[in-house]
Design a binder for this molecule. Structure first.
Ligand code: 13P
Ligand code: 13P
Ligand code: MG
Ligand code: MG
Length: 361
């Protein structure tokens, strides 16, 4: 039996600006997914939120890109957005960019990460969800986990991982993807993924084909043609038994790195790992947050969750992130706090340039 995990998310509106998902919106999602479970469409589900983004974790046997599963997620987001509209929540329906559903939510606004696999005798899976950032935020993380032996001891000492991994990289500008093999092509890989606004890791598999990680790659500004909020990506990573251990998967977050997003989606800031309960960004609408929920998958059922960053071992990372946030904030409207020109093209900058064009001598 093959199990499919679908992690589909959207910002459907939030409480006190872009701060947190309203409880009643989560309740609507839970109710609808419970009905889908009762009817046998999905095996199991879990509803959570990171900041102002609502995430639906679903397990089923229908494979990836299944129209019924995508329609279910779409209907949940529309119903939750209706609740948000009823209470005049902020940005109600923010990520519902297009109205007409035709079989897949990709390209309509929601972010999607899905994988299908034959369950191993024990199947630990980590779900990562971020707020106030973009899909390229995962590049550094996934590289460290699957290609850096200073992060992942198993790359050196586990014979099943010793051959390395295959990274699928999507070029968001050209809409094409390329597969690169590690360790032999790490310099080429880094040349691409070091530019996270354009090149994003879509999946990682072991060289024998076993799927290890998938990430959402949807960029809202490219769909909408203007700034409509940040993408706030999700990612699924399988762990243990021939894959990185759970602790190896979490280890990169001990040292926060800078990502694009934060205030108005236009600023670099540190990605702060935190427990679900603390994933409510407020300072300058941030700094960007990441949460991780761990489950054991058992015949499609989601056993858990464990709140992976609810550990004092990540206190120092949070403190570092706060210090980095101070350093970045000190720059105010200056780069590198504010994003570079290319990333700002969907904001006010073109209008400012247009207004001043005759005054340039
Ligand atoms: P345990 O001995 O606690 O099972 O841990 C094994 C391991 O590989 C940890 O990464
Ligand atoms: P979200 O993308 O999380 O909605 O945030 C948008 C924003 O403009 C924050 O300042
Ligand atoms: Mg929002
Ligand atoms: Mg958000």
């Amino acid at each position: 039996m093959k199990t499919t995990l679908s992690l589909i998310k959207a910002d459907i509106g939030s409480l006190a600006g872009h701060h947190e998902v309203f409880e009643e919106c989560k309740n609507v999602a839970k109710e609808m997914l419970q009905n889908a479970k009762n009817s046998g469409l999905i095996i199991d589900f879990y509803v959570t939120a990171c900041g102002d983004d609502l995430q639906l974790l679903m397990s089923h046997q229908k494979g990836v890109d299944n129209p019924e599963i995508h329609e279910l997620a779409w209907n949940v987001f529309k119903a939750a957005a209706d609740v948000a509209k009823k209470f005049k929540l902020y940005g109600a329906g923010q990520d519902i960019l297009k109205e007409a559903f035709s079989g897949n939510v990709k390209g309509l606004g929601p972010g999607v990460a899905e994988m299908e696999f034959e369950e191993r005798p024990s199947e630990p899976v980590l779900f990562f969800m971020a707020d106030k950032t973009e899909p390229g935020a995962w590049n550094y993380f996934l590289y460290k986990v699957f290609a850096d032996p200073f992060n992942t001891a198993g790359l050196v000492i586990d014979p099943k991982m010793h051959d390395g991994f295959i990274f699928e990289i999507l070029d968001l500008k050209e809409g094409k993807s390329v597969e690169l093999r590690t360790p032999e092509e790490i310099y080429d890989l880094l040349a691409l993924i070091g530019q996270p606004g354009r090149f994003v890791i879509r999946s990682v598999k072991r060289k024998d084909g076993l799927i290890a990680a998938v990430a959402s790659t949807q960029r809202l500004s490219l769909i909408a043609g203007k700034y409509v909020g940040k993408d706030d990506p999700v990612c699924i990573v399988r762990a243990q038994h021939g894959l990185p251990a759970v602790g190896e998967v979490l280890e990169p977050f001990a040292n926060p790195w800078l990502v694009a997003g934060w205030m108005r989606g236009s600023h670099h800031g540190p990605l702060m790992p935190c427990p679900v309960e603390k994933a409510k960004p407020s300072r300058f609408d941030g700094p960007p947050r990441v949460i991780s929920l761990g489950f054991q998958i058992c015949e499609g059922r989601l056993i858990g969750p464990a709140d992976m960053f609810d550990d004092p071992a990540f206190d120092l990372a949070r403190q570092k992130a706060n210090e980095m946030a101070d350093i970045m904030r000190m720059h105010g409207p200056f780069e590198p706090h504010r994003l570079g020109e290319e990333e700002m093209e969907y904001t006010t900058l073109p209008k400012v340039l247009e207004k001043l064009k005759d005054r340039f001598k």
